[in-house]
Ligand binder design. Structure first.
Ligand code: 5AD
Ligand code: SF4
Length: 456
């Protein structure tokens, strides 16, 4: 979401004469777009600011004009006043809901000394004021359809920093999607902190949920692939599950965080589902879409988590079988309910659990990818690879695949035979022809037939 937000800030600033550059040194403006989700991410801001201050001073000393230094995003939202107090050389501090007002903030910051602080949740939606995209996002693009969250998991800052759940109107999303496709985009990643809670009025006046929106997007000529992230298990509606079976452009990959496998911990996290609710849901999804690759988020060391609770997380992971996953040590966030819970766990316990969990997840990921060796998969090449003559793309199951390929295959879906597989990438050889979505081959022996231990 921050990548998307940064691109939209660039759109807002373009009419003022700003354009993105590769290096902060010497720039007329530097915006740090920040993340507050865990302490480590938030801490980076102050160390980065130290480095940027020296660049700002150098630019002033060289009489090369002024560098406007800004902090945006969720750290700005949560710690705006502290940033202004600790780092008064910062010119603008603004939260995620205010960046459509950047021209006014820049004007103010250019006139006055001292920091401009804007952490409002304005009544108007920024999406109604953002200009059209100034640059093509390329073959694979992000499109924010939903923002904020009303779930209030007890560990999470998102409902406080991004604000209440908000869905963009369907008509606006469809216009943006068509513009992206006209600009060369072949894959759209629908974004939202709680994306499957998206709902809105369709152009026909009826109420739409995400499944319906995806069906409408699938009608756009030239849009080959659709993905969405991140979802909450409670909002996995029947129609969205059916869309996985019925919409060929909807890719067979789902990021569906569960966070933990113990019902006691899930209740303390206010997740509003049990481990078995999640198992049943994944069963239903796999019935609808047998080759669906699952991805998830996990937190270990939540306050009060016992060895038995943690064992339940490992059990759940073994039962589900993940193709990809993200796992984190619990990080206490100021202002969230779990931060003041008793039973905060020592760092070494969290460390040991994270390492055990990651070993299991990594083995599953390697096994999943190994199951593809020798098979052909349709890869959408979306960028130039690091090595000369190499292109990089994704399989339908979100695996990163590289192969020797002519640049003219950029933006095309090409059959690639997988020769080698690691945990995070696969190498292949371009086979024959090109695919359209209609001719995606089914993968008959999927998920991989061999037991996980065999290749782990
Ligand atoms: N500590 C550790 N991980 C967290 N996440 C969210 N809040 C915290 C926290 N306080 C993780 C969750 C979420 C992902 C985006 O970040 O797993 O799904
Ligand atoms: Fe945070 Fe996701 Fe829970 Fe919302 S559903 S509070 S974004 S973890």
């Amino acid at each position: 979401m921050n990548v998307y937000d940064s691109a939209r800030m660039a759109d807002v600033l373009a009419p003022l004469g700003y354009r993105p550059v590769d290096e902060p040194d010497g720039a007329d403006m530097v915006i740090l777009n920040t993340c507050h989700i865990r302490e480590k991410a938030a801490e980076k801001v102050f160390s980065e600011l130290g480095r940027l201050r020296r660049m700002k001073d150098r630019k002033a000393e060289a009489e090369d004009g002024r560098m406007i230094l800004a902090v945006a995003g969720c750290v700005a939202q949560a710690e705006g006043e502290e940033i202004v107090a600790r780092a008064p050389f910062v010119d603008m501090v603004f939260g995620p809901q205010t960046y459509h007002t950047l021209p006014e903030m820049v004007a103010k910051a250019s006139r006055a000394a001292g920091s401009v602080l804007n952490t409002d949740f304005p009544a108007e939606s920024k999406f109604d004021f953002l200009p059209e995209e100034t640059a093509s996002q390329g073959v694979s693009a992000f499109l924010a359809v939903q923002e904020g969250c009303d779930k209030f998991c007890t560990f999470c800052v998102v409902p406080y920093t991004r604000g209440a759940e908000f869905s963009r109107p369907a008509a606006q999303i469809l216009v943006e999607a068509k513009r992206l496709v006209a600009g060369g985009t072949r894959e759209i990643n629908l974004l939202g902190q709680n994306v499957n809670a998206w709902h809105g009025d369709g152009p026909d006046g009826s109420s739409w949920a995400l499944g319906r929106l995806i069906r409408e997007l699938a009608e756009i000529d030239g849009l080959e692939r659709i993905r969405y992230t991140t979802s909450h298990p409670r909002d996995m509606a029947d129609d969205l599950i059916r869309a996985h079976a019925e919409v060929p452009q909807l890719m067979p990959y789902l990021h569906l965080p569960v966070q933990a496998g113990s019902d006691r911990i899930l209740a303390a996290m206010n997740r509003k589902h049990t481990a078995d609710d999640y198992r049943r849901l994944v069963d239903r999804l796999r019935t609808a879409k047998p080759d669906l690759a699952m991805s998830g988020d996990f937190i270990v060391g939540f306050p009060g988590e016992s060895d038995a609770d943690f064992a339940a997380t490992l059990k759940l992971v073994s039962d589900i079988g993940y193709a990809q996953a993200y796992s984190f040590k619990y990080s206490s966030r100021p202002g969230t309910p779990a931060a003041v819970d008793g039973g905060q766990l020592p760092e070494d316990v969290k460390e040991a659990r994270l390492s055990a969990l990651q070993q299991l997840l990594n083995a599953q990921q390697v096994a999943f990818n190994h199951g593809f060796i020798g098979r052909s998969v349709p890869v959408l090449f979306d960028r130039i690879g690091r090595r000369n003559g190499q292109l990089l793309g994704r399989s339908p199951w979100m695996q990163s695949v590289h192969a020797e390929a002519n640049e003219r295959l950029l933006g095309r879906i090409v059959e690639v035979r997988v020769d080698a597989a690691l945990a995070n990438s696969m190498a292949g050889t371009v086979a024959t022809g090109e695919f359209t979505t209609a001719s995606f081959p089914r993968n008959p022996s999927f998920p991989p037939a061999q037991p996980l231990e065999a290749s782990a």
